[in-house]
Design a protein around this ligand. Structure first.
Ligand code: GTP
Ligand code: MG
Length: 224
């Protein structure tokens, strides 16, 4: 934990990475977020209404990165495209004890592919790994699926705080890799005269936009 700047709003923010949480209702999206952002967990967590986000600031490769993690109701099938706008990562969560929540992952992927940026980093999360005796989705099935679809994959338990930290760190590091690689290529282009059409007009955009006021139901942590 020593390399984390939790709530240190005096430090300069180098990057803001927006990540969206998606997946069926009751798979544990909000509790994963509560665990990661506040190290909290609640057993009688209420279904999310509307859209909310929380942030956590951490260091990756000596850069200060603010993770802005958005959460909405799994039931809200009409998630607006504003939810996905500017998202650089998506955590697609299912419940390892609910086969249906895993079967629906393909639908969520379709939704992502029609609304989100095509370079979005996607991580499949099998949550509630503490409930092993009720398991309905074999790890192998999920691994195979993730491999086929080119997704990162991890099983987590928000309740026991297992793999929550690594999962978020993983996706954030991957986003960082994508962003810094883009920046590097852009630099090399500039230095070599930049006459390739490949990157012409390509701007490195670090989305740090706030949600639209109408959508901001309850955001914590304030903005620096
Ligand atoms: P929506 O907001 O309706 O989309 O649901 P959600 O995906 O946000 O689910 P939420 O985080 O509210 O969790 C649903 C239920 O699962 C709650 O009762 C949580 O306490 C429970 N839960 C969440 N994560 C875990 C976990 O890792 N293990 C166990 N055993 N229960 C969990
Ligand atoms: Mg929720």
């Amino acid at each position: 934990m020593s390399n984390l700047y939790r709530g240190d709003f005096n430090s300069k923010i180098d990057y803001v990475f927006k990540i969206v949480l998606i997946g069926d209702s009751a798979v544990g999206k909000s509790q994963l977020l509560a665990r990661y952002a506040r190290n909290e967990f609640s057993l009688d967590s209420k279904a999310t209404i509307g859209v909310e986000f929380q942030t956590r600031t951490l260091e990756i490769d000596h850069k200060t990165v603010k993770a802005q993690i958005w959460d909405t109701a799994g039931q809200e099938r009409a998630v607006t495209s504003a939810y996905y706008r500017g998202a650089m990562g998506a955590m697609l969560v299912y419940d390892i004890t609910k086969r249906q929540s895993f079967d629906h992952v393909v639908r969520w992927l379709d939704e992502l592919r029609s609304h989100a940026d095509k370079n979005i980093v996607i991580m499949l999360i099998g949550n509630k790994s503490d409930l092993g005796s009720l398991r309905a989705v074999p790890v192998e099935d999920a691994k195979e699926f993730a491999q086929r679809e080119n997704l990162f994959f991890m099983e987590t338990s928000a309740l026991e705080a297992t793999n929550v930290e690594p999962a978020f760190l993983n996706i954030l590091t991957e986003i960082y890799r994508v962003v810094s690689k883009k920046a590097l290529v852009a630099n090399e282009e500039a230095e070599s005269g930049g006459n390739s059409s490949l990157l012409k007009g390509t701007k490195i955009v670090v989305p740090g936009q706030e949600p639209l006021p109408a959508e901001r139901k309850s955001s914590c942590c304030g903005y620096s």
